[in-house]
Design a protein around this ligand. Structure first.
Ligand SMILES: NC(=O)CC[C@H](N)C(=O)O
Length: 318
């Protein structure tokens, strides 16, 4: 048997294994709900579940409906953080946003007042992400958004990558809580720009659309500390990728980050669209999509799938 045939057999085996894991994880879909606080997200197909795994040699494996495009939502918080750290440097960023997990829901306003005088505790909660987005450099919302989109295009290798206007507008029209968080931070000098402009930029950022394979490729770049093995370029400084990976471990799965660290044990970031990006240091990137969410806002079957994957391939970094 030639080396190629041998590899092909192995690939088929990996695909089959992923299919089996998907079928097992699918059983959890009925116990969750599709997000509806952003009205346009309620249109997602609750039964969808897909996974892609991207390897450093450029191959990827996928199972389920991996062509479905979905919005990044909170996964975008990691990407905007990386961009802003490159734009402004660590000192500037961490004067305005902290490094500690909150243990609260992602959209909570409580600790902004009682713990930190308007300075959000970390960049993965909405308050912190809004502060981070306000630090994206550029002359206008359009210019700043295009810089973020260009960065996303480099990370995914997809020059056509864009965003869902429908989801962005739907969130912009209903983002009363995010407006409250922003005004509170403006009062404390963490945000200085016009809140409506910030919300325009933030809701477009959250509405950038990817598929599972693209998400897995971004995960791989974080897993390789900022290096993209496909284009053979260091896309962000190693130090910045490591900061992002650490935030993903401590706060990437909202107030379920502790349980996720124990059960799965990899840097990961979820979004209310049902996407989850995973980065297994030096081994691979993972993209999962399953819009049925648990009560915390994480993909209910997606988390199960990652648990099964982590057990099967011994992925935990701990
Ligand atoms: N958890 C999330 O994915 C939240 C992102 C969403 N755009 C929001 O700000 O509410």
């Amino acid at each position: 048997m030639s080396q190629n045939e041998f590899d092909e057999k192995k690939e088929v085996k990996h695909m089959e294994e992923l299919m089996v894991l998907i079928e097992d994880a699918k059983e959890f879909i009925p116990y969750g709900k599709v997000a509806n606080y952003i009205p346009a997200l309620a249109k997602a197909n609750k039964k969808d579940l897909a996974v892609a795994v991207f390897l450093p040699d450029g191959r990827h494996f996928e199972a389920g409906n991996t062509t479905t495009r979905f919005t990044l939502q909170s996964i975008s918080k990691v990407i905007s953080l990386a961009l802003v750290l490159m734009d402004r440097g660590e000192d500037y960023v961490f004067e305005r946003v902290g490094m500690e997990p909150t243990g609260d829901p992602f959209n909570s306003i409580a600790k902004l007042e009682v713990r930190s005088a308007g300075k959000p505790l970390n960049p993965m909660i909405n308050a912190g992400a809004l502060a981070v987005t306000s630090m994206i450099k550029g002359h206008s919302v359009k210019d700043r958004f295009n810089r973020l989109l260009d960065f996303m295009r480099v990370l995914t290798g997809n020059k056509e990558l864009s965003y869902s206007k429908e989801v962005a507008i739907s969130e912009f029209e209903t983002a009363h809580l995010n407006r409250s968080l922003s005004y509170f931070m403006k009062e404390h000098g963490i945000i200085t720009e016009d809140v409506e402009l910030l919300l325009d930029l933030y809701t477009r950022q959250c509405a950038i659309e990817v598929n599972c394979v693209e998400l897995a490729r971004i995960g791989l770049i974080f897993a390789l500390d900022g290096y993209d093995p496909v284009s053979k370029t260091q896309i962000m400084p190693e130090k910045i990728a490591k900061i992002c990976n650490t935030f993903m471990v401590t706060c990437g799965m909202y107030n379920a980050s502790g349980a996720f660290a124990i059960k799965v044990g990899i840097p990961a970031k979820s979004g209310v669209s049902g996407g989850v990006m995973g980065a297994v240091p030096r081994r691979f990137g993972i993209g999962v999509y399953g819009p049925s969410l648990d009560e915390i806002g994480n993909s209910i079957a997606g988390i199960k799938l990652l648990e099964l994957l982590a057990q099967k391939y011994n992925l935990s970094i701990f």
